[in-house]
Design a protein around this ligand. Structure first.
Ligand code: SAM
Length: 278
């Protein structure tokens, strides 16, 4: 999968160098390219924002800069572009480092990316959406700052790309960078070969199938007794059927306790007799 990220803070993405996602990048499963939005601004201050029409506090990100940046990354502009199209993760842009190396826009051969715009007003980011996005060959994330990106940018690209405005939760962050890190990790760990054991994805909270709309129950490792706290006996029994039943019961109990809205939405058709008693 190719994953492009446009942001005014490329340094936010240094964590994509480590752990599972870092390894996926090393192996070539995930090709991450981070671009400095300011490389497509033309004034001496490399301005990317302006005052909002209609008044009010804060600033809004300018459509022209975003348009040029997205065009360059998706390869709508032939020849050389002004941005850091092949940019590295985690560092300043090529220009900041004093060596501007304009590169040819991305080839069209792989089609066009799906454009993901993080915003608190977007559709919720869920495990289901992560699974869906993990099937895409190419994602482009546009990180807003200030009061967000001029709406005409999403309008413009929805004519050419699949555009999703996505929220990672009902709270407001300072910018889209952290939201993109969250999404990149949730999507990246679903790519084939990224997790050591593919079964972990199936057993995860919210996983389609038996865990749909359920959160995972408690987990334990050795020793069997720690500071007087015992591991539930069933987990030491070696009886796979009983262990599976216990795990499902605990998942349901936890969902009822911590996520009553999910529990209320469980499909009665998918609950067995034992589930219904809980
Ligand atoms: N004025 C906007 C609103 O109330 O909807 C909030 C803008 S926020 C300060 C700046 C940027 O942070 C947004 O453009 C978006 O990129 C990002 N952001 C903030 N909260 C987010 C969330 N819950 N999910 C995804 N992105 C978020």
């Amino acid at each position: 999968m190719r994953l492009d990220i446009i942001s005014i803070f490329p340094e936010y993405f240094a964590p994509l160098d480590v752990s599972l996602i870092g390894k996926a990048r090393e192996r070539g499963t995930l090709d991450v390219r981070v671009h400095q939005l300011r490389d497509w601004a033309h004034d001496v201050h490399r301005t990317v924002d302006d005052t909002p029409y209609g008044g009010g506090p804060g600033m809004v990100m300018k459509p022209e800069v975003w348009g040029e940046a997205i065009d360059a990354v998706i390869g709508d502009v032939g020849g050389d572009v002004g941005g850091d199209v092949g940019g590295a993760v985690g560092g300043a842009s090529a220009e900041d480092e004093g060596h501007v190396t304009p590169q040819t826009a991305a080839p069209r051969a792989g089609g066009l990316p799906r454009l993901i715009v993080p915003t608190p007003s977007g559709r919720p980011f869920t495990q289901e959406l992560a699974q869906e996005l993990a099937q895409e060959p190419w994602l482009l994330f546009a990180c807003g700052r200030y009061e967000g990106i001029d709406s005409r940018v999403m309008e413009e690209y929805s004519g050419r790309l699949r555009v999703d405005e996505v929220s990672i939760g009902d709270y407001v962050l300072a910018g889209g960078e952290v939201a993109v890190l969250v999404m990149a990790e949730a999507i990246g760990r679903l790519l084939p070969g990224v997790l050591g054991n593919a079964q972990s994805v199936v057993d995860d909270s919210f996983a389609p199938g038996s865990m749909e709309n359920l959160v995972e129950g408690p987990v334990y490792t050795k020793p069997p007794v720690w500071r007087g706290h015992e591991v539930p006996a069933v987990l030491l029994s070696g009886h796979h059927g009983n262990v599976a039943r216990w795990r499902r019961d605990e998942a349901i109990r936890r969902t009822v306790r911590n996520r009553p809205e999910l529990a209320a939405a469980l499909d009665p058709e998918k609950l067995d007799k034992h589930d219904r008693k809980l």
